[in-house]
Every structure is written in structure tokens, then in C-alpha cells.
Design a protein around this ligand. Sequence first.
Ligand code: NAG
Ligand code: NAG
Ligand code: NAG
Ligand code: NAG
Ligand code: NAG
Ligand code: NAG
Ligand code: NAG
Ligand code: NAG
Ligand code: NAG
Ligand code: NAG
Ligand code: NAG
Ligand code: NAG
Length: 585
Amino acid sequence: MLLKCLLPFLSLALKVLGHNSTYQNPILPGFHPDPSCIFVPELDDTFFCASSSFLVFPRIPIHASKDLRKWKLVSNVLNRPAQLPGLNTAKRATSGIWAPTLRYRNGTFHLVTTLVYDDYAINATNRFDNFAFTSKDPYSSAAWSDPVHFDFPGYDTSPFWDEDGTVYVTGTHAWQVDPGIKMLPVDLKTGEVGETISIWNGTGASSPEGPHIYRKDGYYYLLIAEGGTGSGHRATIARAKNISGPYESDPANPVLTNSNTTAYFQNVGHADLFQDRNENWWAVALSVRQGPDGSYPMGRETVLTPVTWEEGEWPIFTNVSGHMHGWHLDSAPPVRQGEGSLVDSSVQINFEPGSVFPPEFVHWRFPTNGSYTISTPGHEYALQLKSSSANLTGSDGRSAEPAGQTFIARRQVHSLFKFSVTLDPSSLEMEEQEVGVAVFLDQLHHYDLGIVMLPPGTSNITSRTSNTTALIPYFRVRGITTVPAFVSPTLALTPVPSAWVGDSLNVQITASNLTHYALSAGPASRPYEQKIIGYGNGLGLTWGFTGALLGVYATTNGGAGEFDTYVKNWTYTGHGQIVEIPGAS
Ligand SMILES: *[C@@H]1O[C@H](CO)[C@@H](O)[C@H](O)[C@H]1NC(C)=O
Ligand SMILES: *[C@@H]1O[C@H](CO)[C@@H](O)[C@H](O)[C@H]1NC(C)=O
Ligand SMILES: *[C@@H]1O[C@H](CO)[C@@H](O)[C@H](O)[C@H]1NC(C)=O
Ligand SMILES: *[C@@H]1O[C@H](CO)[C@@H](O)[C@H](O)[C@H]1NC(C)=O
Ligand SMILES: *[C@@H]1O[C@H](CO)[C@@H](O)[C@H](O)[C@H]1NC(C)=O
Ligand SMILES: *[C@@H]1O[C@H](CO)[C@@H](O)[C@H](O)[C@H]1NC(C)=O
Ligand SMILES: *[C@@H]1O[C@H](CO)[C@@H](O)[C@H](O)[C@H]1NC(C)=O
Ligand SMILES: *[C@@H]1O[C@H](CO)[C@@H](O)[C@H](O)[C@H]1NC(C)=O
Ligand SMILES: *[C@@H]1O[C@H](CO)[C@@H](O)[C@H](O)[C@H]1NC(C)=O
Ligand SMILES: *[C@@H]1O[C@H](CO)[C@@H](O)[C@H](O)[C@H]1NC(C)=O
Ligand SMILES: *[C@@H]1O[C@H](CO)[C@@H](O)[C@H](O)[C@H]1NC(C)=O
Ligand SMILES: *[C@@H]1O[C@H](CO)[C@@H](O)[C@H](O)[C@H]1NC(C)=O
């Protein structure tokens, strides 16, 4: 009791006297866009964040932290194809799971989001599928429910519990048809909806979206994103005494942006607000680290910024950069519970018998059953891949392939890194059978280094013969991108040196600077012979809404002749996080 009485004073003392903290952005590096975060005192003072995942599966990651600095993947909300069969049919890389909102209410976590079919007509009523997942245990993927769907012809849906218990969902309409922030009451248990009203159209920039409502000091505050998720991105805020409006815009808008600056962290916007144990305010937002060449292949990442929010006043956000100072934070060990690893940990995986894929591993849409098996008899400590007919581009670069695409990957989470696997090309026999590694943004943006069977003489493209009776293994680097447009050109092609044939090969992708990926290979037993086969630039992977994945694929490139192949020693090592660059402020 005494302690309970003292607590407010202790926390006030901390607010006043506690040393401010320093921390580094991004807090969730790599492909973690559209963040939504909460603080849950009831679960041992833990912070939780969700981010969007587009066509990647399993996903909608939940990361947890006790100190806002060390973030661990604890579960994937979307982890069973039966939860959302539609994810497997959505075309176009910009389709899939858009911005989620994570909230905690009376023992239950709620995650509200939208599956967008981005290739449907802009006025198609079935373009947006909105729904809510719930869980009582954020540390278990299996504990996340099936979704409860509700009707709303737009995206970025976010729930707010009013004092009378009514849940109001805000969202934005199909922006090309009827832009502006809309609100409707939704029964999240049944999906029943009430009347939709327009509550705010923002400050006049394009694409008002990403709304969240907060209640403070007798006001409803409505925080939104504007300007589109590119260089004009910004956060703006408005408030009203009545949740239905009228909403008054903050004269200081935009409250958060790096637009029109030379900062390394660009495209800052799409924010969410929460308080810590000492009742200090923080915001998360998305941002990209844009190099001097304009590239940001890691895509949209999650950044954290302190917010000062005095009683009755507008919140004041701190500008986002790499090295941040903010409210006092108690140091704390990483969260113990949960299924994954710290977001920026390096990993080495040997595919031990009886092991399963860590929850960081993802596919592009749903995996084909039986295509990925750990430690088959006779091939212990290896991952067996069954090839797909489709390669990573697929038939048209945008559709789901009926028989899937054999690809398993994880995110690039460091500016500089090395990713390597050991491949065994001995099962490759027919022309265009290929196994390799890729740095992959989506079906139309990836670089691949494959070992592929081709006729001798193929490396001189102009004198290519088609003698298929004497195929030999080649290293081939191919790339496809739309920035600037080029279609599947071969960037490098060279026969596997005869001294390496018959060996297991170490095939790897590194980023040793901010502009290029290097793709290299060598005999696994003689690392000093590793040689670079080709390069891909980061600019070619700077597009759309996703971020770079690193993984392995096996394909017949459209041909017959399905094969099995074995992958060993999956290693991802971070070699540095670059958070500021000379010349940027
Ligand atoms: C909170 O949850 C408990 C247990 O599920 C339930 O009895 C109670 O009615 C809930 N309270 C509110 C305000 O929803
Ligand atoms: C969508 O727009 C097209 C072109 O303007 C029109 O032909 C069609 O009827 C519209 N569909 C709906 C569902 O409003
Ligand atoms: C937003 O704009 C739409 C279309 O111009 C208009 O119908 C609506 O009333 C506006 N909403 C508000 C809250 O001003
Ligand atoms: C809020 O505004 C709505 C719509 O104008 C009105 O029906 C409602 O009574 C108002 N609520 C309060 C608490 O004033
Ligand atoms: C950046 O500058 C342009 C051109 O002056 C302006 O239109 C835009 O609104 C500015 N961005 C922000 C976030 O103020
Ligand atoms: C944030 O950055 C903007 C643009 O560079 C600048 O005008 C503003 O003063 C900065 N705000 C703070 C609090 O430093
Ligand atoms: C501590 O951080 C807060 C939030 O950024 C800031 O307002 C305050 O000025 C800082 N205090 C000190 C002593 O630096
Ligand atoms: C490739 O083949 C063409 C046509 O036979 C020939 O002109 C060219 O010199 C060859 N290039 C190399 C590098 O061997
Ligand atoms: C094809 O390759 C085989 C084996 O190297 C060789 O015996 C044969 O002559 C080649 N055929 C042609 C048409 O070059
Ligand atoms: C990065 O490395 C590539 C390959 O060696 C090189 O072409 C490029 O100029 C380098 N970029 C910078 C900024 O040094
Ligand atoms: C993918 O496969 C198709 C044939 O199905 C082929 O035309 C294309 O070049 C391949 N591209 C890449 C980059 O994998
Ligand atoms: C696995 O790969 C890493 C990185 O390439 C290498 O250092 C290590 O020796 C390899 N381990 C085995 C058992 O081959």
C-alpha cells in the first residue's frame, strides 16, 4: 500500500531527475514498415510493436522489448494459410497486408489490418478486406485467432475504445475515389458495422491515411500520415471535443517529417503514439535510410522518437535521426518469452534433425507443402528443397504461381552483412535446372546468383550453342528491376571452374558498401578461393513497399524435371548498421 502511494512520486522523480537515454534508430531495421506500438504494464511493463508484411508469409510480426532498444520477434500473427487464404491469390507486389494497428484491452491483444488486392479496379468494392485478429498470448503465433472480417471500403483501419466501450474504427477510403479519414463503429467480436462518417481530410497533402485516435485531457486526438509514403511523407494531427468532430488542425502541422531536408532518414511518417512506465510519450514511425545514390533497398524501417506532450497542449515530436536522445529509459534485459530472436541478431543454422524453421524465415505467399524439409534420412543437417517450375520472377512478375515458388528467406537487417549457404549442385542434370541465392524485394525486383546447367560455350552469349548432350554447371547472376527498367538480363555467366566441380559450393551475398551487393562463390572446403561472380546495385531494389529479403531458391525456370537439392550451413552475419552518412544532417 505504502509502495502504491509512493509510486507516483517515484515516477515523477524519475521524470525530473532521471538521466535521459540515448539510443539508435532504426529500432526495427529492415523491412518493418507502418509500425504500431503499445506499452502493456499488465504484461511486466513490456512494449509490443506490429508492422506490415505485404505478401510475405508467415508474417505480421510482433516484436517485444522491455527497454525500447532490444527488440525480439515474439510471434507472427499471420501463421496459418487458413487464416487468410486470399493472400495466396493477391497479385502485384504492393498487394497483401497493409498497415496493422496493435492495441491491448482488458487482457486481449487486438490487431486490426487490411488485405489489399492492389491490382483490382480502384473503385472495386472487394479491393479491401478488413479484419481483426485477437490473442491473449502475444508470445505464441498459434494463439492468434482467425480474423473477424468487417466491411470498410478502404485501408489502414485502426480501433479506438471510447469511454462507453464503443469501438470506433478509423481508416482511409480508396484514396483515388474518396480521399479522407473516415470513422465507423465496429463490433470487433461479430464484425457488425455502423454508419461511416468523414472526420478529417488532413492538411491538404496527398493520401491522408494511417489514422490513430488517442484520448487525452478531454480531447480526441487524430494522428494521420500525409504526402504519400515517399519523400513528401509526414505526420499531421488534429483534435476534437467530440469523437465525430469537428477536428481542428494543429497550427504546427506537420508535426513530424524529414521532407525537404538532407537527412539520411527520409520518408518519415505513419506514426503511432504510446507512453512508457514513467508516463513519458514516444512515437514510432516508418522511415528509409536513403543513400547518396538515392537507394534504400532495405525498404521502410521502424524508427522511435521522443514526444513532449504537456496537458492540454499539442504533442511535440523530436526530429528523427540515427543517434537519438530521449526520455529516461531503465535498462532491461531482452524479453525472455516468445519464439524468435532479437531483430538484429546474426544467425547460423545447421538444420539439425528435429529442428524447425525459426519464425524469422519467410516465403513469398504460402509455401508449397513438401518443398522444404529439414534433415531428411541420409541428408541430416541439411534443408531439402524441391524445385518449383517457376523461378523468382514467375510467369509475369506479379502473380501467384499455381505450384508455388521454391524460396525461403529472411530479412536483411544490417546495412553491411554477409549471407552465405552451402549448396550441392550434384543433383542438377537438365538444362536450366538452377539452385541459388537471391536478394529479393519482390518478383520484379531481385538479384540471383544461381548454379545452373547450360550447354558448353554458353558464357559467350553471342555464340551460344544448344548442345544439350553435354551440359555443364555455370554460375549465373541475373537481375530484374523496374528502376531503371530492365528485364532479366544476365549480369554475369561463367562456367563453374573444373577444379570446383564435384565440391559443395559456398554461395554468398554481401553488402560491403551502401550502393552494391556482391554475389560470390567458392568451394566450401577452400574459403580462400571464394570469388565475386557479379554485382547488383541497391538502386535496382529501391521500389514499392517491401524491403530486401535474403534467401535460397530452386527452379527449373519453366521447364520439366523437378529435382531435390540440399542446402547446408545457412549463415547471416551483420557487419554494421550505418545510421549517419557524411553530408547528410
Ligand atoms: C474484461 O475481461 C473480463 C474477463 O474476460 C470480463 O469479465 C470483463 O467483463 C471485461 N471487462 C470489460 C470492460 O470488457
Ligand atoms: C468503377 O469505375 C468504372 C470506370 O469509371 C465504371 O465503369 C464502373 O462501373 C465502376 N464500378 C463500381 C463498382 O463503381
Ligand atoms: C472531406 O472531403 C470530402 C470530399 O471533398 C467531403 O465530402 C467531406 O465532407 C470532407 N470531410 C470533412 C470532415 O471535411
Ligand atoms: C457528438 O456529435 C454527434 C454528431 O454530431 C452527436 O450526435 C453527439 O451527441 C455528440 N456527442 C456529444 C457527447 O456531444
Ligand atoms: C517540401 O517542399 C515542397 C516544395 O516547396 C512543398 O510542396 C512540400 O509541402 C514540403 N514538404 C513538407 C512536408 O512541408
Ligand atoms: C526539425 O527539422 C526541421 C527541418 O530541418 C527544423 O525546421 C526544425 O526546427 C527541427 N525541429 C527541432 C525540434 O529541432
Ligand atoms: C530529455 O528528453 C526529453 C524528450 O526528448 C527532452 O524534452 C528533454 O529536454 C531532455 N532533457 C535533457 C536534460 O536533456
Ligand atoms: C563471342 O562469340 C562471338 C561470335 O562467335 C565472337 O565474335 C566473340 O569474340 C566471342 N567473345 C569472347 C569473349 O569469346
Ligand atoms: C555435343 O557435345 C557432345 C559431348 O561433348 C559432342 O560429342 C557432340 O559432338 C556435340 N554436338 C554438337 C552438334 O556440337
Ligand atoms: C561499392 O562497391 C562497388 C563494387 O565494388 C563499387 O562499384 C562501388 O563504387 C562502391 N560504392 C561506393 C560508394 O564506394
Ligand atoms: C524466369 O523464368 C522465365 C521462364 O519461365 C524466364 O523467361 C525468365 O528469364 C526467368 N527470369 C529470372 C530472373 O529468373
Ligand atoms: C559455415 O559458414 C560460415 C560462413 O561462411 C563459415 O565460417 C563456417 O566455417 C561454415 N561452417 C561449416 C561447418 O562449414
